[in-house]
Write a protein that binds this ligand. Structure first.
Ligand SMILES: NC(=O)c1ccc[n+]([C@@H]2O[C@H](COP(=O)([O-])OP(=O)(O)OC[C@H]3O[C@@H](n4cnc5c(N)ncnc54)[C@H](OP(=O)(O)O)[C@@H]3O)[C@@H](O)[C@H]2O)c1
Length: 338
């Protein structure tokens, strides 16, 4: 049984904790919070809660939430820590993980150099087996790697051009924006291009990122050049072999991110999560070696199955297919075509 700790129990951390709880080969030893808020109260019903340090431990005690100790205690009893703290904090935490001689998985807000290998279950599992530090790439990069990998595997990909229309912030955040502006990233390529190369062997990647006032999902418009000719039917057939991609159609009533999020609620998923990347079939265009399509990415949850597989990879489990299948089966991710 793999003993897992979750440091940071926000948007990503609490979802990863729930997903780990479903696995037969791993268990959550504890989660770390800084604030004794409503999320901590609910977490304490399911998990051992640890405070981030002695100072926050006192605030837990005074607010009536029974904390089991601090992060320093938790690192003594886990094999691997999934670090889901806000971006930039991982570097500091890494020192503690090193000192405690445990493995750690960081998230996409950290720089790639924090880990020996960046992780996507489809495209970089094998290179990640047995490492001490991994980093699951961001929600956007995960979305790109998921749908490009099957194309690369079957047809070869030599260049990618993608426009990423990014949600402003997550639905539980009332502080960030923009709420009435469109905000392009003024650097070309945006950081997503170089990031994609950390998990996928593609030479030429150009990305542009534009933030818009929505909290539901990101939308990507992708154009790529393949090595061999591609037809629409063959491409949909390839995507359909990968459960974490859902080809769907506007004709089924799924013409915007609102309906796609509603679909996830119809699936009965906790928090209305869509772990899969939704690709609009009507948007798929192929001509010779050119492929274009539009996809939607649920930023709060697409990286969650990747974190589960990253735990198996980092612990030395080398059967990629079985890890992905076990994760998918336990999380209710199966082949869908809408
Ligand atoms: N949100 C997304 O869409 C998304 C998608 C993919 C990847 N990521 C990446 O995932 C990572 C986490 O992002 P998130 O969106 O989950 O952040 P978040 O919702 O802000 O959650 C961060 C968590 O870290 C905790 N925290 C804050 N300071 C801490 C400290 N000093 N020690 C321990 N924990 C601390 C917070 O605890 P309290 O609540 O108790 O303060 C909170 O539980 C980032 O690298 C981010 O870039 C985010």
């Amino acid at each position: 049984m793999i003993k897992v700790g979750i440091n940071g129990y926000g948007t990503i951390g609490r979802r990863v904790a729930d997903a780990v709880r479903l696995q037969k080969d791993m268990s959550i030893i504890g989660i770390v919070k800084t604030k004794p808020d409503y999320v901590a109260v609910e977490a304490a019903r399911m998990f051992n809660v640890y405070a981030s340090d002695n100072e926050t431990l006192h605030t837990f005690e005074s607010s009536g939430i029974k904390a089991k100790g601090t992060l320093n205690d938790l690192v003594q009893s886990v094999d691997v820590m999934v670090d889901c703290t806000p971006e930039g904090m991982g570097e500091k935490n890494k020192e503690l993980y090193k000192k405690s001689n445990i493995k750690a998985i960081f998230q996409g807000g950290e720089e790639a150099k924090i880990a020996e290998q960046s992780f996507n279950a489809y495209s970089s599992y094998d290179k990640s087996v047995g490492k001490q530090f991994l980093r699951v790439v961001s929600c956007n990069t995960t979305g790109l790697a998921r749908t490009i990998y099957p194309i690369m595997k079957k047809f070869g990909v030599n260049s990618v051009d993608a426009t990423l229309i990014r949600r402003a912030t997550d639905p539980n955040d009332s502080k960030k924006g923009p709420i009435n502006a469109v905000e392009p990233s003024l650097k070309f390529p945006s950081h997503h291009g170089p990031d994609l190369k950390t998990v996928l062997d593609v030479k030429d990647v150009g990305t542009v990122a534009i933030k818009v006032p929505t909290t539901l999902m990101h939308v990507h418009s992708i154009s790529l050049k393949t090595d061999s000719e591609v037809s629409k039917d063959k491409l949909i057939e390839e995507w359909s072999k990968f459960n974490r991609i859902i080809p769907l159609s506007g004709k089924s009533g799924l013409s915007s991110t609102s309906q796609i999020m509603d679909l996830a609620r119809e699936f009965g998923r906790k928090r209305g999560d869509l772990f899969e990347i939704a690709v609009w079939k009507e948007s798929l265009f192929t001509s010779g070696n050119t492929v274009r399509y539009i996809q939607a990415v649920h930023q709060e949850s697409d990286v969650v199955p990747e974190n589960v597989d990253a735990i198996r990879a980092i612990m030395g489990y080398s059967d990629r297919e079985k890890s992905i299948t076990d994760t998918d089966n336990t999380m209710g991710i199966f082949r869908r075509d809408l």
